[in-house]
Design a protein around this ligand. Structure first.
Ligand code: BGC
Length: 230
């Protein structure tokens, strides 16, 4: 497997990902690019073509969030979250679609959405808005390009042990609170999300397009009802 690992500022994390891939017998290259800009996603595509001869699967994985009461939310924070989480998905998908269409190739796009494409999130309205946008963007382009054999799907992670949650999960009380919001009563592991991506990337999912595969320990199942109350 050949992978272009994109990073914005975390060059160490990207180098580690490259090492892991190479340890498993794959090839990988890390490149810095801002996926919120057209030139950034073009750089990623050009690298995949020059280093590995093309693209089979394009994953839009970058995401950011911050908490703020909406009446105090700055336009800068709104723009930062929308630019990475939604515009980045648009630009990455556009670049990949153009490449697949122009080369007459079947294609596969995987977008990292969230349980918050479905669950409202007070204090994170810009984040929820970005993920709600990703949901309908994915469904729309899945339909638009289905005839060309290009599949587009979302993964909807719940609470996963990744850097986006590091600060919150460093506090045992918040960790427990978040874990108990999933009927499975635990925080997810990054590799559990990766396994969903590997399946969507493979031909095992060849008839699947336009879906969100939630990897959330049941968080989207109305956990307030988990004890049979209601
Ligand atoms: C967010 C996490 C959050 C989880 C469940 C994810 O999309 O990135 O910070 O814990 O949703 O609310």
């Amino acid at each position: 497997m050949n992978v272009v690992v994109n990073y914005f500022s975390d060059s160490q994390g990207a180098a580690l990902a490259v090492q892991e891939i190479e340890k498993e017998g794959g090839k990988a290259v890390a490149i810095q690019a801002n996926i919120g800009e057209e030139s950034g996603v073009k750089k990623i595509l050009d690298t995949a073509i020059s280093k590995f001869g093309g693209v089979d699967v394009w994953v839009n994985n970058a995401g950011v969030e911050n908490q703020s009461p909406t009446h105090e939310l700055s336009l800068d924070d709104w723009n930062r979250v929308i630019s990475t989480n939604l515009t980045g998905v648009f630009l990455g998908s556009k670049t990949a679609l153009k490449y697949f269409v122009e080369n007459g190739k079947k294609g596969n796009i995987i977008n990292m959405s969230s349980v918050h494409e479905q669950i409202p999130w007070p204090g994170f309205a810009h984040y929820a808005a970005s993920k709600g946008g990703v949901k309908l963007f994915t469904e729309s382009i899945a339909m638009e390009y289905a005839k060309q054999n290009i599949r587009v799907n979302n993964i909807g992670p719940g609470a996963i042990n990744t850097p986006i949650n590091a600060k919150k999960f460093a506090d045992p009380v918040q960790y427990e609170q978040t874990a108990s919001m999933a009927p499975m009563h635990r925080i997810g592991k990054p590799e559990e999300v990766a396994a969903a991506a590997a399946w969507l990337a493979s031909d095992e999912s060849s008839y699947v397009t336009g879906v969100t595969l939630f990897v959330d320990g049941g968080m989207t199942l109305y956990p307030a009802f988990q004890d049979g109350k209601g």
